[in-house]
Design a protein around this ligand. Structure first.
Ligand code: V47
Length: 385
């Protein structure tokens, strides 16, 4: 590895701590966000990433399933949610979901990533039945389903405690939870971008309870809107604190805000420079997280490649049918075949390893061959509720 060159001497004490494996402070995090010396920040993050994972970059074969885009929350940050009768609103019948899942299995998916809107009329039981049906039909596929925000909403509409809601989800077949809905925990920011969502404190409390119930989760941070550097670092430190307590987080995913078609469309989209800095600062601050994910859908394949030299050890998956980012103007494809992900990783000088959701290696030689991806037409069997 090339030598570290620091052009901003304020980074010298931080570099010393990183090289000694010491924990960084709030002030260190803010300095990492403010320094013009992005290459030094990236070098340090890469140092940590290579210490943990050597030359490997992980990816998986997955499929996103978004059961409904009908949502009562009306978050300003979101271009996906719709009112029930608005143009483009949809809710899948369970058979539609099972058809998509079957296609995912043919395409070799080892994980379904299932998230959706907070629907005013669908009962918790619809979602439990969906999970039971998926588990029964696709027993080998890991179900990474429902964010802390959805769990909080299910508990409210079903009049259950968070613990009981999680217990029923687990019993139905949920294997882990994705990291969405975290946004920025600070109340000032939530008030502006997502004021009807669960509070940051509540998001963390639900994550804690999920971990205590034996459900691991991911964590995210949405950057590039109205947040300050202090609020980003505060967010990372709250995640680090909870991880010290539970060790329940698997991966952290920094997500760039995409402004198109949102109520915040006047905010310019984040630059590649900001993307790389967020990956690197996350790698340096979250010393108790195994992985930082460069979600190629959000970053673009080009930035995701460079991110592998700025701290990222995972590119997420083949994805298939991403809607949340594409409704907000993402120009990336909605699917990348496994071979193309491997090519992206190799071209960045890394070694691709296909993983399952728990980061076990996947041995394709013992599995049925993957069939080519097919785009599914939207709403062939939508539900009237
Ligand atoms: O929670 C919503 C964000 C998240 C916009 O856990 C937006 O493995 C940008 O959480 N511009 C959903 N972002 C995506 C997510 C995720 C993605 C990949 C992997 C995993 C995982 C989780 O997307 C939302 C919100 O933070 N989001 N609208 C928007 N306009």
């Amino acid at each position: 590895m090339a030598e570290l060159t620091i052009t901003d001497q304020r980074l010298a004490p931080i570099a010393k701590k990183v090289l000694a494996g010491e924990r960084l402070s709030m002030d260190d995090g803010i300095a990492l966000y403010r320094t013009p010396d992005l290459l030094a920040v990236g070098w340090l993050a890469n140092h940590v990433r290579e210490k943990l994972h050597g030359n490997i970059t992980y990816y998986n074969v997955n499929r996103h399933i978004n059961p409904t885009n009908v949502c009562v929350a009306h978050c300003k940050l979101c271009a996906f949610g719709r009112d029930p009768n608005a143009p483009g609103a949809y809710t899948f019948a369970l058979e539609e979901i099972y058809a998509r899942a079957a296609q995912g299995v043919r395409e070799g998916a080892t994980e379904f990533h299932i998230v959706g809107g907070l629907h005013p009329d669908l009962p918790f039981e619809y979602f439990l039945e969906m999970i039971r049906g998926l588990k029964q039909r696709c027993p080998s596929v890991h179900l990474k389903a429902f964010t802390m925000v959805e769990v909080g909403y299910f508990a409210r509409i079903a009049k259950l405690s968070i613990e009981e809601t999680l217990r029923q989800m687990k019993e139905a077949g949920v294997d882990s939870l994705p990291g969405g809905g975290a946004e920025i925990f600070h109340p000032r920011v939530r008030k502006i971008i997502c004021d009807h969502k669960v509070s940051g404190q509540m998001w963390l409390s639900i994550a804690r309870k999920a971990h205590q119930a034996g459900l691991r989760t991911n964590a995210t941070m949405l950057y590039g809107h109205v947040e300050t550097e202090e609020e980003r670092v505060d967010h990372l430190m709250k995640l680090r604190e909870l991880q010290d307590e539970t060790h329940g987080f698997v991966t952290f995913i920094p997500l760039a805000f995409h402004p198109d078609n949102t109520a915040l469309s006047h905010i310019p989209a984040a630059s590649g420079y900001t993307d790389l800095r967020n990956i690197a600062v996350a790698r340096l601050m979250l010393d108790n997280f195994d992985h930082i994910k460069a979600y190629w859908i959000m970053l673009s394949p080009a930035i995701a490649q460079i991110a592998q030299r700025f701290g990222a050890s995972d590119l997420d998956g083949t994805v298939a049918e991403e809607k949340i980012y594409h409704d907000a103007g993402a120009r990336t494809s909605e699917f990348t075949p496994r071979g193309e992900l491997e090519r992206l990783i190799r071209a960045a000088g890394r070694v691709p390893v296909e993983r399952d959701t728990a980061y076990n290696r996947v041995d394709r030689s013992k599995m049925p061959p993957i069939q080519p991806h097919q785009r599914t037409d939207l709403v062939s069997l939508s539900l009237n509720v």
